[in-house]
Design a protein around this ligand. Sequence first.
Ligand SMILES: NC(=O)c1ccc[n+]([C@@H]2O[C@H](COP(=O)([O-])OP(=O)(O)OC[C@H]3O[C@@H](n4cnc5c(N)ncnc54)[C@H](O)[C@@H]3O)[C@@H](O)[C@H]2O)c1
Ligand SMILES: [Zn+2]
Ligand SMILES: [Zn+2]
Length: 361
Amino acid sequence: MAHQVQGVVVKEANGPVTLETILVPDPGPGEVVVDIAACGVCHTDLHYVQGGIGEDFPFLLGHEAAGTVSEVGAGVTEVAPGDYVVLNWRAVCGQCRACMRGRPQYCFDTHNAAQAMTLSDGTELSAALGIGAFAEKTLVAAGQCTRVDPAAPPEVAGLLGCGVMAGIGASINTGAVGRGDSVAVIGCGGVGNAAVAGAALAGAHTIIAVDVEDRKLEAAKRFGATHTVNSSEHDPVEVIRSLTDGNGADVVVDAVGIPATYEQAFYARDLAGTVVLVGVPRPDVTLELPLLDVFGRGGSLKSSWYGDCLPSRDFPMLVDLYLQGRLDLEGFVSERIGIDEIPEAFERMESGDVLRSVVVL
Ligand SMILES: NC(=O)c1ccc[n+]([C@@H]2O[C@H](COP(=O)([O-])OP(=O)(O)OC[C@H]3O[C@@H](n4cnc5c(N)ncnc54)[C@H](O)[C@@H]3O)[C@@H](O)[C@H]2O)c1
Ligand SMILES: [Zn+2]
Ligand SMILES: [Zn+2]
C-alpha cells in the first residue's frame, strides 16, 4: 500500500510552494522508503522553484536530509529497516567509464528510485535531486542511503547530504587544499562557509572569506576564516592579493556562481592556483574572459559537483569529526522550522538572514 504523507511541492516556475498530500509507493527492487527526520533548505531548492533546474514540474522539494530506513525493496542489501542514514544525490553505478576508471565521483549514470512519487490525483512528481525530502517519507534508490553514527542529530547529519558536503568537498576534494595553503572563498552561505570549514580542517594557513553581507562574514570567522572582505565595499581581488604577498590565493572557491564572482575568483588566484566553481550558475548565463588571460595563467579551473564526494567515504568520516568536536556542523543550523514554514525560509535565505534553515519532521 502506498503511503499518504505531506510533502512540499512547487507546480510551476515561480509558483507557490505548497504543502500537498503525496503518495509514496512501496519500494520496488533496489528501492528504499526513508522516514525523514530533518531536511535543510538549500539554495538549490530555490533554483528549482525559480525554474533554474529544468522544467519537469511539479517538483517535490528538499534534498539535504537524514532519517531512518522504514522499508526496503527486493534485493536491497546495503541497508535495512531501522538504519539511520544520510541521503545522497549521486548514487554511483560502479559500471560506467568513470566508475571503471576509479573516478566514481564523476559517475555518468548515477541513479534514483525507478518509481515516481505522485500527487493524490496520480500526477507524477519530480523529486528534487532524486530525493524529495521535504516530506514525512520519501522513496530513493538504496545507494542513496549512507549509514552514519546515530549519535549525530538529524538536523546536523542531514546537512552533509548537500550543501555542507559540497562546500567541504570543494576545498578538500576538488581544490585539494593542503597544510599551509592560502584559500579564498567567495560567497559565505551554507556552502561557502562549509568551504571555509573544509579549508580549516585541511590545515590552510590563510583563509579569506568574501561576501556582501557582514553577518555571513562573522559566521565565516567562527568556521576558521582568518580574514574577511565585504566585497560590496572593497575590491576582493585587491584584498586577496594583498593578503597573499601579491600573489593571489592557492585555491579560490566561488560559492555563488555568477560571472562577477567567477571573474573575481579567476583573478584572485595565484598564477599556479586553482579555481573551484561550486555555486550553480543559472542556465542563461555566459562568461566572457580574455582568452590570453586564461592561457597566461597556469593552475586549473575546476567545477565541483557535490564537492567531488564519495558519500560512503565522506559522510561517516565527517559525522565522526563532528562527534569528536572537530567540525562545527551545529554552527550551520540557523533555525529549526516546521514543514509549513519553507516559503518564509526561502525569503530569509534571499535576505541573507540564515546559513541553513532546517525542517524538523
Ligand atoms: N556544486 C554543488 O554540488 C552544490 C551543492 C549545493 C549548493 N550549490 C550551490 O551553491 C550556491 C550557494 O548555495 P548556498 O545554499 O550556500 O546559498 P546561500 O544563499 O546560503 O549563500 C549564498 C551566499 O552568497 C552571497 N553572495 C551573493 N552574491 C554575492 C556576491 N556578488 N559576492 C559575494 N557574495 C555573494 C550571499 O550573501 C550568501 O551569503 C548555490 O548556487 C547553490 O545552488 C552547489
Ligand atoms: Zn558510474
Ligand atoms: Zn543542495
